[in-house]
Design a protein around this ligand. Structure first.
Ligand code: CMP
Length: 138
């Protein structure tokens, strides 16, 4: 089990002014920020990041949305990081997210769902290295 997960604060949450509250929520949940970056993805970059979903019907909308405005990308550290973070953010569809989770608090729809969280240790490593070269040394 790895102690690293990767997150993005998505364009909806950044545009709605929720960045600070979400970072605070993550820190209060026990995560240490190992690396963090504010950036605006191109369509090509968003498409590459979500290439695993290329066959899904929502892929084009997802890529358009993720390149529609600035995001915050971060590598987070805590014991059992991946599984615990998925509890912290709540279900992918905010309508199904438990009370007090980030998506229940700050997301509006399954497309604009405020945050991304890695779904496995393997993807946490792949996704972290998509944005950061050397987060290991922090
Ligand atoms: P995320 O965890 O970033 O991974 C893929 C994203 O696709 C997901 O969050 C959702 O925002 C988006 N998405 C849109 N429709 C669906 C769907 N039907 N199932 C899963 N993810 C979806």
């Amino acid at each position: 089990m790895s102690n690293i997960t990767f997150t993005m604060i998505k364009p909806d949450a950044v545009a709605n002014g929720h960045t600070g509250k979400i970072i605070d929520h993550v820190i209060n949940a026990g995560y240490k920020i190992k690396a963090m970056k504010y950036l605006w993805l191109t369509k090509e970059q968003a498409g590459q990041f979500y290439a695993v979903h290329i066959e899904r019907p929502f892929y084009n909308d997802l890529v358009s949305f993720m390149s529609s405005g600035p995001i915050v990308a971060a590598v987070l550290e805590k014991a059992n990081a991946v599984a615990d973070f998925r509890i912290v953010i709540g279900a992918t569809d905010p309508q199904k997210a438990d009370a007090g989770t980030i998506r229940q608090l700050y997301a509006k729809s399954i497309d604009a769902n405020a945050v991304h969280g890695s779904d496995s240790d393997e993807n946490a490593a792949i996704e972290s290295s998509f944005f950061f070269n050397s987060f290991e040394r922090f």
